[in-house]
Design a protein around this ligand. Structure first.
Ligand code: COA
Ligand code: MG
Length: 295
């Protein structure tokens, strides 16, 4: 389970070099919107070289390539896959169909370069075009490469000519609350990670804590970051707290003591099957985090 994904522009050697040491579970090396058109091909070379120099990566590296309908996408994928990133992030995906095309590219490139079949994962940004919004339920079962779904508000806003996407209190306006929810349910329907979008206002860590806590409470499993300062806030928000763990252990212990009970009470509240599912999920997540971050 990846809690935090930190973006780093693919034409910035310094930031790419720093990104893996910040504590993010994953780093996304970007070839898309943070790289100017004039720098696309140099960024592609830089990211490829950078990945090849990381012989023992301590984070999962994803590379955000350019969108499928751009002239850069095919070349990006062809250059990057041989340097073996953990996965490809596909921006402005129009749905499962675009992911299917990327699967074909990856199948061929992995075979050509002696890379384990199906090892390169795919993470689509699944809400960046108006058409994409109507396809969020289509990702289930399309490929075992799919590792998650995430969403973005900036490009969707630009696509529909929206002048704002945040309310004065910094909550999303209604259209973006809707696509956020569709991404959440689409990801769970496909049984992959639901990853919340970036918060551009990177100095406001209090708001970041609030939106990250909300996202986890809603069922998101991780969140993307654009600045190092955002990473620890996200990691804490997407890790079970001590109270949560204690509660989860108490739920499971009570059902173990009462193996034939369907419903019990804990501290005056009813608990039943969904509470067992949620408690098991929290304990599994804590174990995964502990295994990845040995003290
Ligand atoms: N990855 C790695 N290091 C980063 C970083 C990132 N995303 N963002 C900032 N840093 C580093 C800076 O290089 C600086 O390092 P230094 O102290 O050694 O000089 C330090 O963190 C502090 O950075 P700061 O001065 O606060 O910010 P900045 O003005 O350098 O950069 C941004 C601000 C927004 C331009 C930068 O955070 C960034 O490039 N973010 C990623 C953008 C991106 O990829 N967008 C696409 C997805 S939406
Ligand atoms: Mg974008």
């Amino acid at each position: 389970m990846i809690r935090s994904f930190l973006f780093s522009p693919g034409d910035n050697e310094k930031k790419m070099g720093k990104a893996s040491g910040i504590g993010a579970d994953s780093v996304i090396l970007d070839l898309e919107d943070s790289v100017a058109e004039s720098r696309k091909s140099i960024a592609r070379e830089m990211v490829s070289e950078f990945l090849l120099s990381e012989t023992k990566p301590t984070v999962e590296y994803y590379v955000r390539v350019n969108p499928m309908d751009s002239t850069f996408c095919k070349e990006d994928v062809a250059k990057i896959v041989p340097s073996k990133p953990a996965g490809i992030m596909l921006p402005k995906a129009n749905g499962a169909q675009d992911v299917g095309v990327l699967v074909n590219y990856l199948d061929i490139l992995e075979a050509e370069h002696d890379i384990k079949p199906n090892s390169t994962k795919i993470l689509p940004v699944a809400t960046e075009t108006a058409a994409a919004v109507f396809t969020l339920g289509e990702y289930a079962g399309i490929t075992s490469r799919l590792s998650g779904l995430t969403w973005g508000a900036e490009d969707l806003g630009a696509a529909v000519g929206a002048s704002v996407n945040l309310q004065p209190d910094k909550d999303w306006t209604t259209p973006y609350q809707m696509v956020r929810s569709l991404c959440l349910f689409g990801a769970h329907a496909a049984e992959v990670q639901a990853i919340d979008t970036v918060m551009a206002d990177f100095r406001d860590l209090e708001q970041l804590k609030k939106v990250s806590d909300n996202a986890r409470q809603d069922g998101f499993t991780g969140k993307m970051a654009i600045h190092p300062a955002q990473v620890p806030v996200i990691n804490v928000a997407f890790s079970p707290s001590l109270e949560e763990l204690e509660h989860a252990r108490a739920v499971l212990a009570l059902f173990e003591e009462n193996p034939n009970a369907g419903t019990l009470q804990l501290d005056g509240k009813m608990i039943d099957k969904p509470h067992i599912v949620q408690a098991s999920r929290i304990i599994a997540l804590a174990e995964q985090i502990a295994a990845k971050n040995p003290e």
